[in-house]
Design a protein around this ligand. Structure first.
Ligand code: FCB
Length: 463
């Protein structure tokens, strides 16, 4: 008899879930008093999204959530991470409150609880009310106060049933892709605004943590979700470049949150600490509120190198500015997003970057997944072998990180459904279920079946 393990078992109580975000799935953008968000404005601006796609209809989950919850229940999932659309609850970003928006999320939460699924609520997944952007958005310090007010409203209304909150999703993307690169809403290309947004998002997080603790009618677990980078050098002096890149993406958030300071190695175009008058006395006390969990989103590693002296990126290199390049190393698979597939870097991220900062603090993988060119076979199935392989390999990496002592308590697959992939529109499919956008029919992919086996057994089968 073979003594080899047939599955990788996860710790008791490990939480298995899926994740979505409001603008990516809900649709119904003008219904029941919802105000416009920066993503409505951006996606309706010609040339900003692939094919001019918008979230106007998306997966129509605003109406179809009972069906989506029934699917999660069939999959045996314990938790669902979704986000609140701020402009449904405060159409202009400030009081007054739109009761219909609260009622919608109340119904969703009740239906989840009825199905035995724990709601994990993200307060901000990128859909800032447009009225707040008109006043400067995240580059304006007042937006942090507005977010704290919104958070209090949500915690008061929903905190009797929601006990797990995530303040912000990937503030690095909000600040740097939204205000520096302009590839995301609000589509601004201004390093000074990006640096200001970086700081104000952190301030918003800290104020929101306080707001939940003060306003929630029952005890709550609060955290933030970061997209931390595992940056690997490719020789030619690039170790320094890798450290710089990690300081910009990881240190800029982990530093203030866990040690109360921005990294010293940041240059002025990235450091909030070096911007005149941006960081005020007492800000780090607000930002460095004790949190109960850290959420980590992980998709792909980054490889970096130094730009050649002639200023020309070589084959497989992309100019990333500041004298460095990102590199596509030969031999690594890439997804439909052009993202590298390398599960060992998730293990490295958790052991080298996360654990030394978080220590015993519970860590959740709040997003992980991959996009592929899925299609429905004549038999009506989706045989997404690459997604299954990605899922298996990344779960094995998480399992190894746990064995190595990292306190990972749960995993949320991105995503329950194919959905509006921001600037990529509907062209990129991340779902465990395929969405036929013509009919809104959901079809579980093979990867969804695999994930259900994992969640049910609390173990990754090795067959
Ligand atoms: C993350 C976002 C999420 C989704 C995935 C693919 O950065 O948080 O909304 O778009 O990427």
């Amino acid at each position: 008899m073979s003594s080899e393990a047939t599955s990788l078992e996860f710790p008791d109580g490990f939480l298995w879930g899926t994740a979505t975000a409001a603008y990516q799935i809900e649709g119904a953008v003008t219904e029941d008093g919802r105000g416009p968000s920066i993503w409505d404005t951006f996606s309706h601006t010609p040339g900003k999204t692939y094919h001019g796609d918008t979230g106007d209809v998306a997966c129509d989950s605003y109406h179809r959530y009972p069906e989506d919850i029934a699917m999660m229940r069939r999959l045996g999932l314990g938790a669902y991470r979704f986000s609140l659309a701020w402009p449904r609850i405060q159409p202009d970003g400030r009081k007054p409150v739109n009761q219909a928006g609260i009622d919608y999320y109340s119904r969703l939460i009740d239906a989840l609880l009825e199905a035995g699924i724990t709601p994990v609520v993200t307060l901000y997944h990128w859909d800032l009310p447009q009225a707040l952007q008109d006043a400067g958005g995240w580059a304006n310090r007042d937006t942090a106060d507005a977010f704290a007010e919104f958070t209090s409203v949500a915690a008061e209304a929903l905190g009797d049933r929601v006990h797990r909150w995530i303040t912000l999703n990937e503030p690095w993307v909000s600040a740097h892709v939204g205000y520096r690169d302009g590839r995301h809403a609000p589509g601004i290309q201004d390093p000074a605004q990006a640096v200001a947004a970086n700081h104000h998002l952190l301030l918003a997080h800290g104020q929101a943590v306080r707001a939940i603790r003060e306003s929630s009618p029952s005890p709550a677990q609060v955290g933030i979700t970061l997209n931390l980078a595992c940056v690997r050098p490719t020789g030619r002096e690039s170790a320094r470049v890798a450290l710089d890149a990690e300081a910009r993406q990881n240190g800029c958030y982990l530093g203030p949150l866990f040690s109360g300071a921005y990294p010293e190695r940041l240059t002025a175009d990235f450091s909030p600490a070096l911007a005149d008058g941006l960081v005020r006395d007492g800000d780090f006390e607000v930002i460095r509120q004790p949190i109960d969990v850290l959420g980590v989103n992980y998709y792909a590693p980054t490889y970096v190198g130094v730009l050649a002296d002639d200023g020309q990126p070589r084959r497989g290199e992309t100019d990333a500015g500041n004298g460095y390049v990102t590199v596509q190393p030969p031999g690594l698979p890439i997804t439909a997003m052009n993202w590298l597939v390398e599960p060992s870097s998730l293990h490295e991220l958790l052991t080298r970057v996360v654990a030394p900062v978080t220590g015993d603090l519970p860590v959740y993988i709040t997003e992980n997944g991959s996009a592929w060119h899925d299609y429905v076979t004549p038999d009506g199935t989706i045989e997404d072998e690459e997604r299954q392989a990605y899922l298996r390999a990344h779960l094995a990496a998480v399992h190894q990180a746990i064995a190595d002592g990292v306190n990972v308590r749960g995993y949320f697959a991105w995503s329950l459904l194919d959905n509006f992939e921001w600037a990529e529109g509907y062209a990129r499919r991340f779902g465990l279920a395929f969405v036929d956008y013509g009919t809104q029919k959901r079809i579980l992919k093979r990867s969804g079946e695999l994930y259900a086996r994992v969640a049910r057994a609390n173990a990754l089968p090795l067959d």
